[in-house]
Design a protein around this ligand. Structure first.
Ligand code: GLP
Length: 255
């Protein structure tokens, strides 16, 4: 893992967007894995800026989102469909037919998950997967205990994640109990992973992800088994990393 400690999330967003832009500019059929959550908003803002001011073209890009709440329709304000539309898709020129987000309203969840996995395969796999992280170490909505080999499927949220995400809902009781999420195995199949974390509330999860054992109890720790992961963290999120000085040293002395 490459750990990149930066003064602010905004700096992380600029670096992450630069990496994505360079990939999108140099590939005929780039496939991006996208995430939701407050942490990735500055990243999407920067991609929108690159589109508007530097001509970054998304017309040939295919996207797959990590997850969606079961029972929220695409026009529900807290659905991840709505998040992506508001925060990215309505501001850039990604073709609607190349956008894939699990359908939280499907009548057949297993078939929907299977079709999602097939669509990823048919697109040639995910080139760059963007991730945030839950305070409990989840990626996508793979809660602690998720199989590290899991594929896209239904999951039940923990109490903690429901509480964490309640801030976005008018009434905390409205937070769905179930979600459809790419599995940890699906995420590990991406060719490259960019994980973003900011704030003290993520410090334990980041320490466990980067320096703890690989364990289903911290699903993000499975990323230690991936060859190409960049972890972008601000100072508070990096505050419990024992080898922080070494990561800074490595970054400052890149060969
Ligand atoms: C949700 C999403 C995750 C995201 C997490 C963190 O649980 N399913 O993909 O990483 O939120 O959100 P935030 O960035 O708002 O802290």
């Amino acid at each position: 893992m490459e750990i990149i400690i930066l003064p602010s999330l905004r700096d992380a967003a600029v670096l992450g967007a630069r990496r994505i832009a360079s990939h999108v500019r140099s590939h005929a059929r780039p496939v991006l894995g996208l995430a939701t959550g407050s942490t990735v908003i500055p990243l999407y803002d920067e991609l929108i800026r690159l589109h508007r001011e530097e001509g970054l073209d998304f017309s040939h890009v295919t996207t797959f989102n990590l997850d969606e709440y079961v029972g929220l329709s695409a026009d529900h304000a807290q659905s991840y469909h709505a998040f992506m539309r508001d925060r990215l898709f309505s501001h850039v020129n990604i073709a609607a037919e190349r956008i894939h987000i699990p359908d939280g309203m499907t009548g057949d969840i297993p078939a929907c998950c299977e079709a999602f996995e097939s669509a990823i395969r048919e697109a040639g796999g995910i080139d760059i997967q963007i991730l945030g992280i839950g305070s409990d170490g989840h990626i996508g909505f793979n809660e602690p205990g998720s199989s590290l080999a899991s594929r896209t499927r239904i999951k039940t949220l923990t109490r903690r994640t429901r509480n964490d995400n309640a801030r976005f809902f008018a009434d905390p009781a409205e937070v769905p109990h179930h979600v459809i999420t790419m599995g940890v195995g699906t995420i590990l199949d991406a060719r490259e992973v960019l994980l973003f974390a900011a704030g003290e509330s993520k410090a334990d999860a980041i320490a466990a992800t980067v320096e703890g054992p690989v364990t289903a109890s911290v699903p993000a720790s499975a990323l230690q088994l991936h060859r190409t992961v960049k972890v972008f963290v601000d100072e508070p999120a990096a505050s419990r990393l024992e080898r922080a000085e070494y990561y800074r040293w490595v970054y400052d002395n890149k060969p």
